[in-house]
Design a protein around this ligand. Structure first.
Ligand code: PMP
Ligand code: GLN
Length: 403
């Protein structure tokens, strides 16, 4: 006996690639998790909270201290006033928050526009909620939202957009024009936006984070999701938060009370402490990650990979191009494995693991790019790019020898 949605999905690409990296002893730049960025004072706050307790179920919507901190952050970073009692819900990670939103807000048959490449949890849970995901493909070289297609896809049953900015896996921040377009459609067609903003603090080169939540006319139509996993580099903690108008938040909280009900109180207390840290913490995180981005992007380019600019988040994508893994490159538009096979080969031959971008698309024909995570120690990144450069040099030599 198996549910048709979960019966038809495999193990997630992140888990798959991490297992493969471990098996090969490769440097794991696949799954998006940081190395050596955890703020000590936040970890110490968790230790103190664990010692002090309490250890029992905290209030279902989250510890007041954390809900207050989330609301306060909305004012501090976005200039939006939030009522911490009615408009904030703490969840076990953004993944749970997303599931609560889909389960709590959607009716069977509702259509939800999902912009691909999309984080892998959206579509299965939308489907399990009985709703219909409508994928809208975003493609290279510009990776911009295709306005005409979006317009054409909006129909009678369209209920919501899922908007992920900064965008995993492509490292883009949606432009004002793109967000303006979405906002206009939301008002015109009476839609809501579920905004996955887990990378809100990880923007580079002084770029601002932009959110539909800060547009006054849209305030009541936007559900905003954040994650302590990204903001404090503790992805294993699984502490997330949802902010929305009470009318939207209430059904989301109803779903939450039956999905997990609560999140470990000591971790909530530590995240509350973290959100109250001064600006220097958030600035420091950004500049540290920007340095790491520069090492990976510079190294990949030097090794001959084509890497577009990375504006935000943890990831750089590389066009696998016709001259990288020549036999594989040739397969990428045919039915062959393309990017997935290249990631496998890089793991075993170069000792570096990446993630194929095809995993972020429903249709299996987008095989032109792979994703590397740069939230790692500088030494790890230097070693990885050296290995990739050596692999590419060896590959070229082999090809010349073959003739
Ligand atoms: N959304 C996006 C875009 C992500 O990249 C991730 C991954 N980590 C999540 C949601 C899930 O976050 P969490 O670990 O807090 O569940
Ligand atoms: N969001 C992370 C990524 O994109 C991984 C999350 C997970 O492993 N489920 O790599």
């Amino acid at each position: 006996m198996v549910n048709s949605v979960f019966g038809s999905v495999g193990t997630t690409i992140f888990e798959t690639m991490s297992r493969l990296a471990a098996e090969a002893g490769a440097i794991n730049l696949g799954q998006g998790f940081p190395e050596a960025l955890e703020p000590e004072e936040v970890v110490e706050a968790a230790v103190a909270a664990l010692r002090e307790g309490p250890h029992q179920y905290p209030p279902m919507p989250g510890l007041p201290a954390l809900r207050q901190a989330v609301a306060e952050n909305a004012g501090r970073f976005l200039g939006v006033k939030v009522d911490w009692e009615k408009e904030v819900l703490v969840t076990s990670g953004a993944t749970e928050a997303l599931a609560d939103c889909f389960l709590g807000l959607l009716e069977p048959g509702d259509e939800v526009l999902v912009f691909e490449p999309a984080y892998d949890s959206y579509i299965p849970i939308i489907r399990r909620a009985g709703a219909v995901p409508v994928p809208i493909r975003v493609t290279p070289p510009h990776w911009r939202l295709p306005f005409e297609e979006i317009e054409a896809a909006i129909g009678e049953r369209t209920r919501a957009f899922v908007v992920n900015t900064p965008w995993n896996p492509i490292g883009r921040i949606l432009s004002e024009e793109e967000l303006g377009f979405l906002g206009e459609k939301m008002l015109k067609h009476d839609l809501i936006a579920i905004c996955d903003e887990v990378y809100e603090h990880l923007t580079f080169d002084n770029r601002p984070h932009r959110t539909l939540f800060a547009v006054p006319e849209l305030r009541e139509r936007v559900v905003r999701i954040g994650s302590a996993g990204k903001t404090f580099s503790v992805t294993g903690w699984k502490v997330g938060y949802v902010t929305a108008d009470a009318r939207l938040l209430q059904p989301i909280a109803r779903a939450h009370q039956y999905v997990t009900f609560t999140t470990p109180p000591a971790l909530q207390a530590a995240v509350a402490f973290g959100l109250n840290l001064p600006a220097s913490y958030f600035d420091g995180l950004r500049s540290e990650l920007q340095k790491r981005r520069d090492i990976l992007v510079g190294g990949l380019r030097q090794a001959g990979f084509k890497v577009p600019e990375v504006e935000a988040a943890y990831f750089a994508i590389a066009d696998i191009g016709a001259d990288i893994g020549a036999d594989i490159g040739a397969e990428r538009s045919a039915s062959g494995p393309g990017d997935a096979e290249l990631c496998r080969r890089l793991t075993f031959e170069a000792g570096v693991t990446a993630v194929p971008l095809s995993a972020f698309y429903g249709a299996a024909d987008m095989r032109s790019h792979i994703r590397f995570c740069f939230a790692k120690r500088e030494e790890t990144l230097h070693e990885a790019v050296e290995r990739l450069a050596a692999w590419r040099a060896g590959e070229k030599q082999e090809r010349r020898a073959a003739g």
